[in-house]
Design a protein around this ligand. Structure first.
Ligand SMILES: Cc1cc2nc3c(=O)[nH]c(=O)nc-3n(C[C@H](O)[C@H](O)[C@H](O)COP(=O)(O)OP(=O)(O)OC[C@H]3O[C@@H](n4cnc5c(N)ncnc54)[C@H](O)[C@@H]3O)c2cc1C
Length: 457
């Protein structure tokens, strides 16, 4: 195979937060080409709610990254500064120690010990900034402009199809717009490209293993139900240990005054949520996620997630989310279009932001999802209702499938270099982060690894 004339120092695959921050860190020192199949940079992070998690235990796994809490804090502060410099809202949630203490007190009264001696519900306070879906993309556009201004080249609408490695030669990156060569690759394909990249990585000899997958639902409640806590903690992190199975679940991605959204993944519909900065709805949504690991006879959590996603869509009528009122779920009956807003059942109290319609089918999530996961999701909401009683109102609405595909893990060194020399990985798609700031931190680490190898670190 011929090597293209120009050999870049680094090709970054994916212009999400991981790829952008990798490119930003490399920009002064090396020639960098960023390839992304989308028409804009920022990846999933640009068109999302833009909550910046500023606490080291959220959105990253310190053990997986092998960094200390102190180092994570210092890096998160640097990343936050970049977002602030480029126009993120200066308000930070989760700093009112007195009101947080009141919430922790409330949780301590509501929780009980499980048979293994752990607490069944815990609140993990976190500092957060909120950019909003309507403003996050502008902040990302300004960061991209600054990075491009330092000489990084961005090639958008360019899907990477394959990556090859010649003996001792450069990496060859194949796209429909031609082939590109580089001495290093940073692969930051996000959850969207995770499955594709796993196959590419394996063909290059990169070692991967299966990690846990998060499978859950999106819950939507009336704004006043959750307002009291989201004014203090924008995205409150409750951790649960479920009574029947002793499994771990947690709340995730809370959007006060937000909207439930559809996310298309590999031709299937997933549910997600976001909030605008300037225009609020009368509802709040959040996810409850169940962390699932598998041992035998199968370990492939990605494949399992895909099958659950496909089956839930099938149960929705072929290509649809399943939505159910909490009142119907607890009474053991399916939701129906005719009764979805029934005043007699109390369903008129909350108007879902993603009501039944094309692509959203009222039904029964206990048919659409595996039994153990449904048990865990139901029990988590009941545990939460001990602290915030209104969440278990009959009008509360539950949507599936919500699945987070960051389950394939890559064996890397401290700087995210894989066992294949000069092949670095970063971000959600390679199981190293679960959020914008975590992904950005990954990008920085990978870039610093390259700079060190070049004697420039
Ligand atoms: C609706 C929604 C709301 C969210 N809200 C929040 C939030 O409030 N706060 C938060 O911290 N996180 C949020 N997230 C998660 C957040 O967006 C991700 O954690 C983050 O973007 C991960 O960054 P990344 O760089 O690893 O991947 P991504 O942002 O997914 O970027 C990966 C990029 O790689 C590109 N790519 C993939 N494969 C290829 C290929 N073969 N060729 C070329 N390009 C490719 C993709 O086009 C994409 O642009 C949300 C996600 C969604 C979907």
């Amino acid at each position: 195979m011929n090597v293209p004339d120009k050999i870049w120092d680094v090709i970054v695959i994916g212009a999400g937060p991981a790829g952008l921050f990798a490119a930003r860190t490399l920009s002064d020192a090396l020639s960098v080409l960023v390839l992304d199949e989308k028409t804009r940079t920022g990846g999933a992070g640009a068109m999302t709610d833009g909550k910046l998690n500023l606490s080291p235990h959220i959105g990253l796994d310190l053990d997986e990254l092998r960094i200390s809490e102190e180092e994570a804090r210092e890096r998160i502060a640097r990343i936050d500064d970049v977002f602030l410099e480029h126009g993120a809202d200066p308000t930070v949630y989760g700093e009112d120690a007195e009101r947080i203490a009141l919430w922790l007190d409330r949780v301590s009264w509501a929780r009980r010990r499980t048979s293994k001696g752990e607490w069944d519900i815990t609140l993990l306070p976190a500092r957060q900034r909120h950019m909003g879906t309507d403003l996050a993309y502008r902040v990302v556009a300004r960061i991209t402009e600054a990075v491009a201004g330092k000489g990084v080249e961005f090639l958008l609408r360019t899907k990477v199809e394959d990556v090859f490695l010649r003996d001792r030669g450069p990496f060859i990156v194949r796209t429909p717009n031609g082939r590109f060569a580089s001495r290093y690759v940073v692969a930051a394909p996000g959850r969207e490209g995770a499955y594709w990249f796993r196959e590419v990585a394996r063909s290059l000899g990169v070692e991967t293993r299966y990690g846990a997958i998060d499978i859950g639902c999106r819950v939507e409640v009336a704004l006043p139900v959750y307002d009291e806590i989201t004014q203090v903690l924008y995205d409150p992190k409750f951790l649960f240990i479920t009574p029947t199975h002793g499994d771990r679940t947690r709340t995730f991605c809370t959007n006060p005054g937000g909207r439930v959204r559809v996310e298309i993944r590999n031709g299937c519909r997933l549910v997600n949520g976001d909030a605008l900065k300037k225009r609020k709805t009368g509802n709040t949504n959040f996810a409850i996620l169940n962390t699932v690991s598998m041992t035998e006879p199968i370990q492939d959590t990605t494949e399992m997630g895909r099958k659950i996603m496909e089956f839930a869509n099938f149960w929705g009528g072929g290509d649809s989310l399943v939505v159910q009122r909490w009142g119907d779920l607890t009474e053991g009956r399916r939701s129906k279009a005719e009764t979805f807003h029934s005043a007699g059942l109390g369903y008129d109290k909350m108007n879902p932001t993603l009501p039944p319609g094309p692509g959203v089918t009222p039904g029964d999530i206990s048919f659409a999802y595996p039994g153990r996961i449904v048990d865990n999701l139901r029990e988590s909401l009941l545990l939460l209702s001990r602290v915030i009683p209104g969440v278990a109102h009959p009008s509360t609405t539950v949507y599936v499938p919500e699945i987070k595909f960051y389950d394939t893990k890559y064996s890397t060194d401290r700087h995210l270099e894989t066992n294949v020399a000069n092949m670095f990985v970063a971000g959600d798609g390679v199981g190293k982060s679960r959020g914008i700031v975590g992904a950005a931190l990954n990008g920085m680490l990978a870039a610093e690894g390259i700079l060190r190898k070049e004697g420039k670190g």
